[in-house]
Unconditional design. Structure first.
Lengths: 280, 248
């Protein structure tokens, strides 16, 4: 079957990308390349492990995911860890969104002080590595304000991600046509009412794609709190390894669990996006 | 027809955008019930002037009193003012995420704190007035331009304002839809509403206006009753402008 040229608006053919680009751009070829690359990585690590005489014990892994005992279904340590990771991520994300909204509104407020505070905050956060921020919260602010490692972890993730989230929110708010502000004002709405009933509901569709990226990013960066031994997926993985020495199997499994979660998130949101697409 | 109480009083208004002098010493009085039509070349400051009338722009000097409220950037009563002055925009500016009915009820419900049932009743009344009662549950994107602009007029009417400002309400419309909007505005004029309309639809102006205003270069060049304005304008600039737009 030859590629037929699609007619454009006025009947002339649309410019087509060069053949080689079309070949590599097609879904079948992309999937094939993806499978080959993944296959090579897996094969490479397995033969590598074989050569160093690694003793694979995959059969011991499932018990750390789930098991059946006399009491029925039991969550394994990895699933419990996943639960903790999700709880940590969700709490941090909610906090990060609130903080991000506050910073975005400060920047949009038009007040000189407001934008100065917001920009100062953003620059401060952006220029500190996540790990250092975590140490700051745990070793410095924790003792001063008396909060524990779990709170320190949530605050670290929330603060770190609030910076990017505030930019996403700001861009989404700015993407709404300024005529919407004028219409809302001219029926007497306050700034707060205008945000709540008119602007934010319309911004959502601009924000959804980058926000998903940010949630995925947050779930992944939550692994860093394992360095202060907060009980979550990565920490549990490390604990299992120190008991069993199955580092290859467990790290592969942990990576897969993160991947499954983030893939589900991405697919779910792209479904939502299609459902709530509002045409203007 | 024209009441005697001044409802908009602009005295020596000046407005700058940066260093650009957009309104130059503008003096204008609109009386309660008056129908004023403002015309003039593009960029002459017509939008700027009427946007000052509901606080979408702020004048830099001079005095503006509307319905007894002195309007300036820091006036506490600006939201009260906006509830008295409605505005219809060239680009309609309907809320695309809300249905037609919700577009009409959100203002009364959230700003005037009127119950949903009552707001919907009022909204359906005004939809009837602008001849599109059957479109209540559609979204703006599903309507034609003329219908959207009539919804925008109804939205403004639902706030039960005493003054309505129109900024070139038919300029964004396809020609065949202009009349359906103008007809609604003519009917509105018959109710005694105070109207300030920026438009180049001279047929409408002849039918409705009791005062014509010509602006150029940020200044008000001519204010006169329509009989005089169309037959014997006192300024040469105004005559040339009318010749130009009436040619078509
Ligand atoms: N927000 C703004 N910033 C800078 N200049 C503006 C702004 N709005 C309008 N102007 C300028 O002010 C002048 C008058 O504009 P406007 O009131 O929109 O004219 P009209 O409605 O008569 O076409 C124009 O030259 C325009 O470029
Ligand atoms: Mg204009």
């Amino acid at each position: 079957m030859s590629l037929t040229e699609t007619p454009g608006m006025k009947g002339q053919p649309l410019p087509q990308p060069p053949a080689i680009q079309r070949f590599f751009g097609s879904t079948v070829v992309s999937v094939a390349i993806y499978v080959i690359v993944i296959g090579m990585i897996v094969w490479g690590s397995f033969t590598g492990a074989q050569n160093m005489g690694y003793n694979w014990q995959w059969y011991r892994v499932p018990q750390y995911i789930y098991s059946f005992t006399d009491d029925g279904f039991q969550f394994g340590e990895l699933l419990i860890g996943l639960g903790a990771t999700l709880q940590l991520s969700i709490t941090a994300f909610i906090l990060a969104s609130l903080l991000g909204l506050l910073v975005a509104l400060l920047r949009l407020s038009g007040l000189v002080i407001g934008s100065a505070v917001a920009i100062g905050y953003l620059e401060f956060i952006r220029n500190i590595p996540l790990l250092v921020l975590l140490y700051l919260f745990y070793y410095v602010l924790g003792p001063i304000f008396g909060f524990d490692r779990y709170t320190a972890s949530i605050l670290t993730l929330a603060v770190f991600h609030s910076a990017l989230i505030s930019e996403i929110l700001r861009a989404g708010i700015n993407a709404v046509h300024k005529g919407q502000w004028e219409a809302a004002k001219s029926i007497g709405m306050s700034t707060g009412q205008t945000y709540r009933y008119i602007i934010l509901p319309q911004s959502v569709r601009f924000m959804l794609p980058p926000m998903t990226g940010e949630v995925v990013h947050l779930v992944k960066s939550s692994a860093i709190v394992s360095v202060i031994a907060v009980a979550e997926l990565t920490t549990f993985g490390r604990n299992i390894i120190s008991d069993t020495y199955m580092s290859f199997e467990i790290w592969f499994t942990v990576a897969m669990v993160y991947m499954v979660v983030t893939l589900i998130l991405s697919v779910g949101v792209s479904y939502l996006e299609r459902r709530y697409a509002v045409d203007q | 027809m024209t009441g005697s109480t001044p409802i908009i009083e602009a005295t020596n208004l000046d407005k700058f955008y940066g260093t650009f002098h957009a309104l130059k010493d503008v003096n204008l009085t609109v009386h309660s019930g008056q129908k004023m039509v403002i015309c003039g070349p593009s960029g002459s400051g017509k939008s700027t002037l009427i946007r000052c009338f509901n606080g979408l722009e702020w004048h830099n000097s001079g005095k503006l009193v509307i319905d007894g409220i002195e309007v300036h950037e820091h006036s506490k009563e600006i939201r009260d003012l906006r509830q008295e002055v409605g505005m219809v925009f060239q680009q309609f500016n309907l809320f695309p995420h809300l249905t037609v009915l919700e577009n009409l009820t959100i203002g009364p419900m959230k700003v005037r704190k009127i119950s949903q049932a009552q707001a919907e009743e009022t909204a359906r009344n005004y939809l009837q007035r602008v001849h599109i009662p059957e479109q209540a549950d559609k979204y703006p994107a599903q309507l034609s331009g003329g219908q959207q602009q009539r919804v925008a007029i109804a939205r403004s009417l639902c706030m039960e304002t005493r003054i309505m400002l129109f900024d070139e309400p038919t300029s964004a419309l396809d020609p065949e839809m202009i009349n359906e909007v103008l007809d609604v505005m003519v009917e509105l004029a018959e109710t005694g509403m105070t109207m300030v309309v920026v438009t180049h639809e001279m047929g409408f102006a002849r039918k409705v206006a009791d005062t014509m205003v010509f602006m150029e270069d940020g200044q008000i060049v001519e204010v006169s009753p329509p009989e005089q304005f169309f037959t014997n304008p006192s300024s040469e600039r105004c005559r040339m402008f009318l010749d130009q737009i009436l040619e078509h």
